[in-house]
Design a protein around this ligand. Structure first.
Ligand code: BDR
Ligand code: CA
Length: 311
């Protein structure tokens, strides 16, 4: 059986890390490269965190690429209040000795897509690297087998602003370019994330499923889970792992075609993703995931948590 080939673009915080582990745990997946972008934390921390995830499971030499250290036009925007100062929950994991390749991330995305037609691009952070890759190679969408990204809030319930989700809000110009230039992504958004928490009894079971759960994923999320439990939420939200579930098990998701636009203005709607539901909508340019099967999602997380831990 030929493996599903992935190019993963990440701003590696705690949920990106779990999404990477889900891909690493799938025997039918080959990760061609991991491209890094400023987002949850600054780029040097993102590069370190990707290496730490690979170190934790003793992964082979998967290439890591240095990407954009800031959005296309705006100042860097981070989310360390969610992910910790180091981006992995300040759990004290050792720094990695893995070093990024010399090739810039946007060029690596283009090269890997040309060399491996049909590969799936999985953006889990702000879309800066992907926009740069699209600018370099307008045919990128036709080289790829598809793109599955975490981003957006198609009913207007944001997490970075009232209307905007973090990955889009952090670089709206890059996101607008991606939707406008034919990337045609499948989008797992913040509202589906809110509708699909890992409920506390499930989370506790998953963290006990094996070494990576107990010694890496659990500690990395300790601060976040304590604060979330303190707010009496029913469970923890894991956006990037949900997007990875759509990649690894497409049948776990229901979806619709949609015409999506990104607000790049400087009002309260900056970074908002609109879904045209008028009588005469624009032609579809994206697929929006509308639900994910919670049990199938948890099964993929459980397989990741059962991985061995070398830390
Ligand atoms: C997205 O923003 C980041 O904080 C997460 O890693 C995820 O990609 C959720 O809005
Ligand atoms: Ca992310």
């Amino acid at each position: 059986m030929t493996k599903q080939q992935l190019i993963i673009d990440t701003d590696c915080g705690v949920d990106d890390a779990l999404a990477l582990l889900m891909a690493l745990a799938d025997p039918n997946v080959e990760i061609l490269g991991i491209t890094c972008v400023s987002g949850n934390v600054a780029l040097p921390k993102v590069l370190n965190n990707v290496g730490r995830v690979l170190d934790a499971v003793g992964a082979g030499p998967i290439p890591i690429f240095r990407g954009a250290s800031r959005p296309l036009l705006m100042a860097p925007y981070h989310a360390d209040e969610v992910h910790g100062d180091d981006g992995l929950g300040d759990a004290g994991f050792p720094d990695t000795a893995r070093r990024p390749a010399d090739e810039p991330a946007a060029l690596a995305i283009v090269r890997l897509a040309r060399a491996h037609p049909g590969a799936t691009l999985v953006p889990l952070g702000p879309l800066t690297n992907v926009a740069l890759a699209l600018a370099i190679e307008p045919d990128l969408p036709r080289l790829l087998g598809g793109t599955v990204l975490m981003g957006g809030a198609f009913k207007g319930t944001g997490n970075s602003s009232a209307a905007a989700e973090f990955n889009i809000y952090a670089d709206p110009e890059a996101a607008a370019l991606c939707f406008d230039r034919g990337l045609d992504p499948t989008c797992l958004d913040w509202e589906v994330t809110m509708a699909t928490p890992l409920l506390w009894p499930v989370w506790d079971r998953l963290m006990a499923a094996g070494p990576i759960g107990g010694r890496f994923v659990g500690p990395m999320n300790l601060s976040l889970t304590e604060r979330t439990r303190g707010r009496a939420r029913p469970g923890i939200l894991m956006p990037d792992p949900l997007a990875m579930a759509v990649v690894l098990d497409p049948a776990c998701a229901t979806s619709i075609r949609a015409a999506v636009a990104v607000d790049t203005g400087h009002s309260a709607a900056r970074g908002m993703t609109t879904h045209d539901r008028t009588w005469h909508p624009a032609p579809p340019n994206a697929t929006i995931v509308t639900s994910v099967d919670a049990d199938r999602f948890a099964a993929l997380v459980e397989r990741a948590c059962a991985l061995p831990c070398l830390l």
